[in-house]
Design a protein around this ligand. Structure first.
Ligand SMILES: Cc1cc2nc3c(=O)[nH]c(=O)nc-3n(C[C@H](O)[C@H](O)[C@H](O)COP(=O)(O)OP(=O)(O)OC[C@H]3O[C@@H](n4cnc5c(N)ncnc54)[C@H](O)[C@@H]3O)c2cc1C
Length: 429
């Protein structure tokens, strides 16, 4: 059986950047286990591609995500310049529709400052000033942030895989983790009946990370749901109706993934979306039910588990009845966007964009977990609920994780740093 010092489960943007950092700092036997044939085949490529500035993240409750996003901006920019990866400065308007949402925007301005967004990169504008920049936008007020970029996170992940491999990391593709047995070392069993062993495991399995943690006996009282976010591409003729990316203040603060955006993509297209179609697995990209066994087991988990408790939450019920189910149709989605771009019509959108799946975790009390959750035992570390703006923050967040692994004794080896694209010490102080 092949033995490793570090086994990272999941070759998305998170697992790959963690492998990059560890292989840059140490001479260890590291592997990244990925069930697909390449890195970034799921959320890390199937996302909106926006490098977010964290003015909308509460610095008290989302401190790490906000810090990671702010630090990662320059890191990605440097890599994009270095490797010729698209880096398109689109700017963003975050708009509100009434006085109440204007108050949220005022708070976002304060959060932006506390999160370290440079002075002058954020401005709170009245509707008439927004119309000067974007005549087709209708709103009460909005924040303009010029530090918002569209890019290709899949290409970033592929570049970091190459760098990590140069440092000696082995990428084990086509290996689906089936079972984990933990003694002094961990034995990882794949569904092709092969196995490896590793001194430690780092779980970065995205939409399956809760399942992997539960295989290690952790978070057994948590559950998750999977929502497919669908997008529609504006026909070329209407693509420049609005030239800036537009987000709206979340109407349902506990469920911010439901508010529609107008996104200026790196490839020049404009898209609207997402909605949130409940699906049984983190990979059901079309249809509703996936394979029968997965659907039935998810259904059983819902009716017996925490997800059912969601229905005791009045905000959730109101959302389901008023917004959610109707948002599944294209016409309903466009109607929601018409609230801020009145000129658009369903017939301006003839092609679907790439769908991606969000997998929010539900707490034992039946609430959506709002932040990333890190869990550990003696030889495994798990990163769960790593949602948006996870791709933005990945290079800094992964360095912060590696620093924690050092401090907790998971990486008790002599540091032998190799040449690196970014400086670990400056990011993790
Ligand atoms: C629709 C959508 C839009 C988004 N837009 C943005 C955005 O604009 N900006 C932003 O910053 N963030 C955005 N995000 C969030 C961002 O994409 C994610 O936070 C990030 O990609 C998560 O990366 P990951 O590596 O944790 O997960 P993933 O990319 O999902 O990687 C996990 C990997 O683990 C593998 N895996 C799972 N189970 C197993 C197993 N049992 N055995 C082996 N391998 C396994 C999977 O195949 C997968 O490759 C968006 C997300 C979605 C869904």
């Amino acid at each position: 059986m092949t033995k490793f010092d570090v086994a990272i489960i999941g070759g998305g943007i998170l697992g790959t950047t963690i492998s990059y950092w560890i292989s840059t700092l140490y001479d260890l036997k590291i592997c990244v286990i990925e069930k697909e044939q390449d890195v970034a085949m799921h959320a890390s490529s199937r996302n909106t591609g926006v490098v977010h500035s964290p003015f909308y993240l509460n610095p008290d409750t989302k401190k790490v995500l906000a810090k990671s996003a702010i630090l990662s901006y320059e890191m990605w920019k440097k890599l994009a310049e270095n490797r010729n990866i698209i880096w398109k400065n689109t700017g963003v308007f975050e708009i509100g529709f009434d006085e109440k949402q204007h108050k949220s925007l005022e708070e976002y301005m304060k959060w932006g400052k506390r999160n370290g967004i440079p002075d002058g990169d954020l401005e709170l504008l009245e509707s008439k000033d927004i119309s000067k920049k974007e005549p087709n936008i209708q709103c009460y007020s909005g924040i303009y942030c010029k530090r918002e970029v569209s890019t290709d996170f899949g290409s970033f992940t592929k570049e970091l895989k190459i760098e990590s491999e140069k440092n000696g990391t082995k990428f084990l593709f086509g290996k689906n983790v089936n079972a984990i047995e933990k003694n002094n070392d961990c034995t990882i069993q794949f569904d092709d009946d092969s196995q490896i062993s590793s001194k430690i495991i780092i779980n970065c399995a995205g939409g399956n990370s809760l399942d992997i943690a539960q295989k290690c006996g952790l978070a057994t009282d948590y559950s998750d749901l999977h929502f497919r976010g669908e997008y529609w591409i504006a026909d070329e003729k209407y693509s420049d109706l609005v030239k800036t990316t537009i987000y709206t203040v979340a109407e349902f603060k506990g469920y911010p993934f439901l508010d529609p955006h107008w996104i200026k993509k790196a490839n020049g297209q404009s898209e609207v979306g997402p909605n949130a179609v409940p699906v049984p697995s983190p990979e059901t990209y079309s249809g509703y039910f996936g394979d029968v066994t997965t659907s039935l087991s998810k259904l059983k988990e819902i009716v017996t588990g925490n997800a059912l408790k969601l229905f005791a939450d009045p905000e959730f019920l109101s959302l389901v009845s008023k917004e959610w189910l109707s948002s599944i149709s294209k016409n309903a989605m466009i109607k929601r966007v018409q609230k801020f771009i009145p000129k658009i019509r369903p017939e301006h959108f003839s092609r679907r964009g790439i769908a991606g799946i969000r997998s929010p975790v539900i707490t034992p009390k039946g609430k959506f977990l709002t932040d990333v959750m890190e869990l550990e035992d003696k030889n495994s570390y798990h990163i769960i609920n790593y949602n948006s703006p996870g791709a933005t923050g990945a290079p800094a967040y992964s360095a912060i994780i590696v620093k924690k692994l050092q401090e907790r004794g998971f990486l008790d080896y002599t540091i032998k740093p190799k040449k690196s694209i970014w400086d670990f010490d400056t990011i993790t102080i």
